[in-house]
Write a protein that binds this ligand. Sequence first.
Ligand SMILES: [Zn+2]
Length: 489
Amino acid sequence: MGRILDRRAFVQRLAGVGGGVTLAGAMPTPLAAQRGGAPTGGRTLPARTEFVIRNAYVLTMDRGIGDVADGDVHVRNGAIVAVAKNLSAAGATAIDGRGTIVLPGFVDTHWHMWTTFLRSMAGDRAEDGYFPVTTRYGQAMNPEDMYRSTRLAAAEAIYSGTTTVNDECHNVRSYEHAVADMDALRELGIRARWSFGAYRGLAAGQPRDMGIFRRLHDEWARHAADGLMTLGLTAGGAGTPSEPLPAERLELARREFSVARELGLPISTHLSAKENTPPGWVQASEAAGFLGPDVLLIHVLSASPAEMRILSRTGTHVSVSPGSELRIGYGLTKATAFTDAGVNVGVSVDTTPLTGNCHMFGILKLLRNAENAKAFDEFKLSARRALEMGTIDGARALGLDDRVGSLTPGKRADLIMVTTNTLNMGVFTDPAHLLVEAAEPSNVDTVVIDGRILKRGGHMVACSPAQIIAGAEAARHQVARRLTASTSQ
Ligand SMILES: [Zn+2]
């Protein structure tokens, strides 16, 4: 009985969100009701208001517009109305942008968000490495655990200035696991591609239930959150991170690709991660029909120059994750080798058990420094190109560049304000260099997603960080207890 009342109260609160989530899009699942109807600390997403940021240094990341020093950004109904100096915006609330850099929110292109409550848990011995740890915990996770871990990830993303994620959910143990994971994203108000993956412990070569994927597609209006959420598939490809696929598994991957393409949905694939493995998997992927502008390949560190040309010719995108690639020993991240060959490259978090935190400032710094080190060249990758990879190129990789990735009038209002009046950012010099070299998440003063202000004055507006952290911590302890109980039996 209590649950029914809680659920009703929850729906009523969501229905009261001004101009925001549609009732259908926000309808809680039974799981949400089990969470006591207050999954974001009893608060709801703020309304989309009309505002104008004034006198900021605006990095539009739109090459046609360029930077606007002492510029204004006008936002209305969740969209960017105009970017210029001295805008007239009668009726709009003014936000003082002096001492800040305004730029598009960062776009992550590959992140297993469900692993976040295992932050920094990939240990120092083989049995405690990333894959054993995530497999051990992943197998014992229920939908509520998925929700709490991904909610922590989404909150950290927003706090750190990432406004779009590609949540590669590769622990879909049931339909309920999938929905709970998506609930977390929708409730926090982040923009996301949600990519349907396999699950920890699934034996190699075993098919997964693609019926769940079809069901999610058929009912997507329930999950779409006014277009903030899109659906994709993370599929097996022509190889695992360490070896090419035998014929029967290649056939399985082919069937998965064909389902996504039948439904018109984008696909991402982890491929040939280690730099020191022989090339050949991109060629194998082309032969299998696994390339194209609807495909995002992750890591691909073993790609040869000839294979990079194949990716360019087919319009296939690449996601690089410097934090995890360096940490796990896949090799030195490759980005400029791909872009020099004409391939679009986005940047990604991958997984916090390995990378610790998720902020794009540090990831871009790592990326740029690795590129320059490899090339013995101070000028190989400019800070501005790195920022493009973290914004507009990432949006292109996810097929979202018509909506986000640059501060272009008509696009959705996903932007961040980074304050420069702090000890680690002062004095104001080159804004692109400052962002890649000096900035930290704590410098992100304001975060706007789809016109909603979700961080302001350095504080989260629509969620309780303390509750989110406590929820994730409790869930991790419960999973650990379940594991202990099962091994002691
Ligand atoms: Zn990954």
